[in-house]
Design a protein around this ligand. Structure first.
Ligand code: SAM
Length: 367
């Protein structure tokens, strides 16, 4: 099934919402702030004499993280040029059609008020727009955007990979994602889908980006030799246990795969070079614990493995519950994430660290 029809983060502002459980994603943006800042400044020096700056965040979701992008870019551009009072800034927040944009809209008045308080009434115009749509395809007119940003969104594929044989057999029996024991055919099918999707993303953005414009993209990535790259592997283990106990239908698990792929840095490089519209600036990896879901000022060394498992479960539930409940039903979600928290705690006891390897890349549109 196409991802755009089923994927959404948990909306609203409740205890299990993305709004309340996206601290990990915020920390990733904070850790990469220097790269982001350097690239925004670089874009401003590449492109001069514009009457309006247009920037877009792709896959903004519905919580405060969307405003983190807005306030970061606003501050950087304001400090760099001191001219926003003459050159307006238009900020486009994009996500899929089912995204909870209403939660964002309700936060806008408070946000405008805070910038006016911070920067005074002389501060120039900043207009926030929503752009619902699929980033695997066109979102903006030709030569329109100066700067694209996307964080923790591009590892979502447009659809789960399919088996390439004609027989209706499961591609990835008993799992929902690639694991360290998956046969090569599973990895190849995922990579093939990623290459196709990311290439379409790049060709679409190359039409929309002005020459000299820049994109900064952060993916959850993968290391080929690591045992556990993504909590989705553990979700598959839990679902398998639930199949053994008769709580989940075996066939449902066998035929369901998450539309998710963590590329290596090299795989990202290869697609960008083959597409040919961009020059790579930065290409790096950066690690963060699966459980990095605590406020910055709280000392996380006090956490035991049980608590770490629970933090990981909260963060994953806000992301995966909507898509998993379409397939497996709402009723098993409490049990699934309870078991997931316990299994992650057990794995932390055995392995000590469970980390995401993130890939960050910046690219400039060639003339
Ligand atoms: C984990 S959230 C990240 C949100 C935000 N950037 C952050 O860092 O907190 C990933 C978002 O990407 C969006 N997304 C995934 N595939 C997409 C697509 N093809 N087009 C637009 N948005 C997409 C999802 O709907 C989701 O809201």
């Amino acid at each position: 099934m196409a991802t755009e029809r089923v994927l959404r983060m948990k909306g609203g502002v409740g205890e299990t919402s993305y709004t309340k459980n996206s601290l990990l994603q915020r920390k990733v943006m904070m850790k990469l702030k220097t790269i982001f800042e350097e690239n925004v400044k670089q874009m401003m020096s590449n492109i001069t004499s514009e009457s309006c700056w247009r920037v877009a965040d792709l896959g903004c979701s519905s919580g405060p993280n969307a405003f983190m992008f807005v306030s970061n870019i606003l501050n950087i551009m304001d400090n760099a040029s001191l001219s926003l009072n003459r050159v307006p800034l238009q900020i486009y927040l994009n996500d899929l059609f089912g995204n909870d944009f209403n939660t964002i809209f309700k936060l806008i008045p408070e946000f405008y008020q805070s910038i006016h308080q911070e920067k005074g009434d002389n501060f120039g115009s900043c207009f926030i727009h929503a752009t619902p749509g699929n980033f695997y395809g066109r979102l903006f007119p030709d030569n329109y955007i100066h700067f694209f940003h996307s964080s923790y969104s591009l590892h979502w594929l447009s659809q789960a990979p399919k088996t390439w044989s004609n027989i209706a057999e499961p591609l990835n029996k008993g799992n929902v994602y690639i694991t360290s024991t998956s046969p090569p055919s599973v990895y190849e099918a995922y990579l093939k889908q990623f290459n196709k999707d990311f290439n379409l993303f790049l060709t679409s953005r190359s039409e929309e980006l002005i020459s000299g414009g820049i994109m900064v993209l952060t993916f959850i990535g993968r290391e080929k030799t690591k045992k556990f790259n993504n909590p989705a592997e553990v979700i598959g283990m839990v679902l398998n246990d639930m199949v053994q106990e008769g709580l989940v239908e075996e066939e449902k698990l066998d035929f369901f795969d998450l539309p998710l792929y963590g590329p290596t840095a090299e795989e990202v490089r290869q697609v960008i070079e083959a597409e040919g519209s961009f020059t790579i600036g930065t290409l790096k990896t950066m690690k963060i614990g699966w459980d990095a879901n605590l406020e910055e000022d709280v000392d996380d060394s006090i956490l035991d493995s049980k608590m770490r498992g629970e933090f990981t479960a909260k963060s994953m539930r806000a992301v995966l519950e909507p898509i998993l409940s379409v397939e497996f039903g709402k009723d098993i979600m409490d049990e699934l994430f309870l078991r997931f928290a316990k299994l992650v705690a057990q794995l932390i006891d055995e392995l000590e660290t469970l980390e995401y390897t993130n890939v960050v890349v910046s690219v400039t549109k060639d003339p």
